[in-house]
Every structure is written in structure tokens, then in C-alpha cells.
Write a protein that binds this ligand. Structure first.
Ligand code: PFF
Length: 514
């Protein structure tokens, strides 16, 4: 059974833009600034840098190597390492499915808020406007209540754009889109940061962000926060980087690319910290309060604090809003594209669908579920709980499983080190195996245990146990069960694909592909 030749990136820069596009997302803009501020400010930079060098970049290299070595979607790549490991791949596919459905919603809100920034729709009550007028959120979580067209339409728009880009393929869609979006994002965001820095009180904000609290470095939870941020921010443990690297040419600099992507992502994050805290400094100064009164992250930062700031600006408010929400939208879109591609490519490999069929079938289902759930009055409740549980007990746990299975059980790190070194500019030393085989899994295990402890002692965000069991644990455990169940079915094509790839590549002679 002859396969279509696998799609490929056009250029190394194209792959890098796509990898950076995936990494730079909402996490950089609305998560990093507050995490850094809360965990020691300037002193956070050290644990953060250590986390980048000991976990972020080494794991990126591992994921790139797996994708590049097996040139398959996540489930098939893992299966080719060892048959039972396929389950981890489908688990990641399920995780990506869940994240995609709610990430799309946040991008749609951002799109609406570009427009609202110009009309000043929230008046002097951004809080009431967001939860009430715009989302029409219901007070009590659970069940399905009314539907909000004003949220649904932009969401439909987001999905049309994402599916259209994916339908154009890796080179003509994903690569071209990222080559436009990433430079555009950099320009928009730079202008935003410059504008923020000119505001009254910007310095107070930067002081609050960067003043080091050196004691924080003695606090274990600060290190956990640093690893957690690096993890989420670099899109590690989703299967995204395995998927993207599977479209690389045989000759590809894996370690060099991981360094570039890792440092580019962190630079953007740092820039976002400066922009966000300069703006928060302005907000605090205008209100005559301290920065810690106004510092926040996530939805509260983007859809309540920023609208407040935009309204308070004496002039240029609309521009500031457009820049901010357009940045959020673009950063989100390029990440969303990458995560949907994980699911699309897995289904392509699994059932032998062509790209277009897979995009419209798989992407269509994701879009439909997203459009059905998130514009309802319940949308925000589901989003909040999905996000928390799938991050904590999906991504991080799947990454831990990868390290334990590939590193400890199957002992494949030396093979991947060798593979990366054969093609890369910067050679990996023994440190890479030590870090991935020792430090990182232990730290991730600790993070897991730590968050489970809190989870079991108090209900997340005060939601009812019933709601958390169904929407939180149900979804997180459901993803894992899905992974295991799907991997149990026979998969004849997998062996055919593996054989063709092995025949095609002289370099696969070393390890038993099955
Ligand atoms: N690195 C992304 C971020 O910082 O937002 C994480 C991510 C989230 C990637 C959602 C992809 C995605 F769909």
C-alpha cells in the first residue's frame, strides 16, 4: 500500500516560525508576567532559566528527535518505539482535542474585544460587561442553558480560519501562515510595549515585576512554578513538537532549532512581562493604589484589567486595545493551529485519510463541539474547569509518562541522543540523559503530587464536587482512558507505513521498528 509522500516544511525558517508560533501563546502573554511577579520577581529569573535549560530545551530536543526519527504523528511514532507506548500518543491526542475546543473560544473573545476596544463597549464596568453583557454567564455551573450568538459568530470565524489554514497543508498553510503571523505579532507587540512604557506609572509596574525577592529561591513552590511555566509555555507534552518535527527533512538541525525556539519563546515572554506590568503600573498609579492591588493573570487580566486600562488612558486607548487583543488573537491562533494538527495528523496516519478529508472531518468535529459548548451561558464554567484539569492532569502527566516509559522502562534516551547528534549542529552530551532521565521526571512527579494534594483537600475554585467530577476529573481521566482504548485496536496500516519509511531511510537500520 503506497502512502502519499509525507508533507514537508519548505525551509528551516518555516519550521522554526511554526514551532515558535505554537510555543508563543496565551501562556506567554497572560500567564508568565503574573507567575514571575508572584514567585520572586527578578529572583524568579534564575529558577526560570534553570528550568528552561534543564527541562524545556532538553525536552524539546527529545520531542523533535522522536518526530524526526519516526516521521509520524505522535501515536504512530510512539508505537514504533514500543507497541504499548502508542497509548500515550492517543492520550495526547485527546488532550489536544479538549484544549483546542476551549482555546478557540478565548481567541474568539479576543477577536470581539478588538472591536470593543474601538467602540468602548464596556463603558465603565468591564467586569459586568464581560461576564454579564458579553458572555451572559450563568451563576450556577452545570447543565446547558441559553446560547449567545455574539460569542458564537466570532468563534465560527476562528474555526473557519484555522481549518482553512490546515487544509492548505503543512507548507502552504501552516508554514506560510506562521511566516506572516509571527513577524506581525512581534511588531504589534513591540509597539504595544513601547506605548505601555510611556505611560505614567510604568516604572512602578516594572519595579513590582523585577524587584528580586531572593528568599523566594529557597521556596520549593517557586521552582515548581518555574518548571510549570516553562512546560506550558514551550508546548511540551502535547505531542505538538513530535508532530511538527515529523515534517522535517532528513537533514535538520534538531538541537540548534530547539535552542532557537526555546530562547525566542522566553524572550517573547519577558517582553510580555514588561508590557503587561508597565500597563498595570499605570493602572495602579491612576487609581492611587499599589501594583499588587491590580496584578492579575489569565482571563481577569485580559478581559477585565486591560479594558479598564484602555478606558483610563487619556488618549490612544483604542490603539492600545487593538494592539493588545490582536496580539492575543494572533498568538492564540498560531498555537491553536498546532494543536489541531496533532489530532488531524494522528487520524490521517490511523485511517489513511487524505489531508483535506482529515482536516474537514476531524477539524470539523472539534469546531462543532467548540461551537456547541462555549457560546452557552455555561461556557466559562466549562472552560475554567477543562483548562485546570487538562493542564494539571493531562499535559504534565503525559509528559511524565513519556519520560518514564521512554527513559526508564525502554531506555531509549541514548538512541535519541545519538540520533540528534547525527543531524544537529550542537552535540548533546551525557548531561542531556542525566537531566531527562533523572532530574526532570523526579521534579514532574513532585509537581504532580503537590497539585494532587491541594486538589483533594479543596474543591478547585469552589465548584461543586459533582461538577468537578464530571467536567474536571471526567475529562482528564476520560482522555487517558481514550488513549488506552484506542491503542488496543489493531492497526494494520501502521506496519505498512513503518516499513515504507524504513525502506526509505537508511538511518532507521539501528533500532527494531515494528
Ligand atoms: N505554549 C502555548 C501557550 O503558551 O499558550 C501552550 C498552548 C496552549 C499551545 C494551547 C497550544 C495550544 F493550543
Amino acid at each position: 500500500m503506497a502512502q502519499q509522500p509525507r508533507e514537508q516544511w519548505g525551509t528551516r525558517a518555516g519550521f522554526l516560525m511554526a514551532a515558535i508560533g505554537s510555543a508563543v501563546g496565551l501562556g506567554n502573554i497572560w500567564r508568565f508576567p503574573y507567575i514571575a511577579y508572584e514567585n520572586g520577581g527578578g529572583a524568579f529569573m534564575l529558577p526560570y532559566l534553570v528550568a528552561l535549560l534543564t527541562a524545556g530545551i532538553p525536552l524539546l530536543i527529545l520531542e523533535y528527535s522522536i518526530g524526526h526519527r519516526y516521521r509520524s504523528s505522535a501515536p504512530l511514532s510512539y508505537r514504533r518505539i514500543s507497541r504499548p507506548a502508542e497509548a500515550i500518543g492517543w492520550w495526547q491526542v485527546a488532550i489536544c482535542f479538549v484544549i483546542a475546543i476551549f482555546y478557540g473560544a478565548i481567541i474568539a473573545w479576543s477577536a470581539s474585544y478588538i472591536y470593543f476596544s474601538v467602540t468602548g463597549a464596556w463603558g465603565d464596568d468591564p467586569n459586568g460587561f464581560f461576564f454579564g453583557d458579553y458572555l451572559q454567564m450563568s451563576e450556577t455551573p452545570g447543565g446547558i442553558t441559553g446560547y449567545v450568538p455574539a460569542v458564537a459568530w466570532p468563534l465560527v470565524g476562528v474555526w473557519v480560519v484555522v481549518l482553512a489554514i490546515l487544509a492548505l497543508g503543512v507548507r502552504n498553510g501552516i508554514e506560510k501562515a506562521n511566516k506572516v503571523f509571527i513577524p506581525l505579532l512581534a511588531v504589534l507587540f513591540l509597539v504595544l510595549v513601547v506605548q505601555a512604557l510611556t505611560l505614567d506609572g510604568a516604572v512602578a509596574g516594572l519595579d513590582a515585576l523585577f524587584t528580586p525577592d531572593w528568599n523566594a529561591m529557597l521556596d520549593g513552590s517557586v521552582w515548581v512554578a518555574a518548571y510549570g511555566q516553562i512546560f506550558f509555555s514551550l508546548s511540551i507534552g502535547f505531542g505538538i513538537m513530535v508532530t511538527y518535527a515529523s515534517y522535517l527533512k532528513r537533514k535538520a538541525d534538531l538541537t540548534g532549532s530547539a535552542m532557537v525556539a526555546g530562547f525566542a519563546n522566553s524572550s517573547f515572554e519577558l517582553l510580555a512581562g514588561i508590557g503587561v506590568f508597565a500597563a498595570l503600573g499605570f493602572m495602579a498609579t491612576a487609581a492611587g493604589t499599589a501594583v499588587d492591588e491590580v496584578a492579575t493573570s489569565g482571563i481577569g487580566l485580559a478581559f477585565i484589567a486591560f479594558p479598564q486600562i484602555i478606558s483610563t488612558l487619556p488618549f490612544g486607548g483604542a490603539l492600545f486595545g487593538v494592539l493588545f487583543f490582536a496580539s492575543l488573537m494572533i498568538a492564540g491562533l498560531t498555537s491553536l493551529i498546532s494543536i489541531v494538527q496533532v489530532v488531524v495528523s494522528a487520524v490521517q496516519d490511523r485511517v489513511g485519510l487524505g489531508r483535506l478529508q482529515s482536516v474537514f472531518l476531524v477539524g470539523g468535529i472539534i469546531a462543532l463541539v467548540s461551537i456547541l459548548i462555549f457560546p452557552t451561558h455555561q461556557g466559562l464554567h466549562y472552560l475554567d474547569v477543562f483548562d485546570h484539569f487538562i493542564n494539571q492532569y493531562g499535559i504534565v502527566l503525559a509528559a511524565l509518562a513519556m519520560l518514564i516509559v521512554f527513559g526508564w522502562v525502554l531506555r531509549r534516551l541514548p538512541m535519541f541522543q545519538k540520533h540528534a547528534n547525527e543531524v544537529s549542529s550542537i552535540r548533546l552530551g551525557t548531561w542531556w540523559k542525566v537531566v531527562l532521565g533523572g532530574i526532570t521526571p523526579v521534579l514532574l512527579g513532585f509537581m504532580m503530587w503537590d497539585s494532587l494534594r491541594t486538589e483533594l483537600t479543596e474543591n478547585y475554585a469552589g465548584y461543586s464536587t459533582g461538577f468537578l467530577l464530571s467536567a474536571g476529573w471526567g475529562v482528564a481521566i476520560g482522555a487517558l482512558v481514550f488513549g488506552i482504548v484506542v491503542s488496543l485496536f489493531p492497526w494494520k496500516r501502521a506496519d505498512a507505513i513503518a516499513r515504507e519509511d524504513a525502506a526509505d531511510a537508511a538511518l532507521t537500520a539501528k533500532e527494531g521498528d515494528s
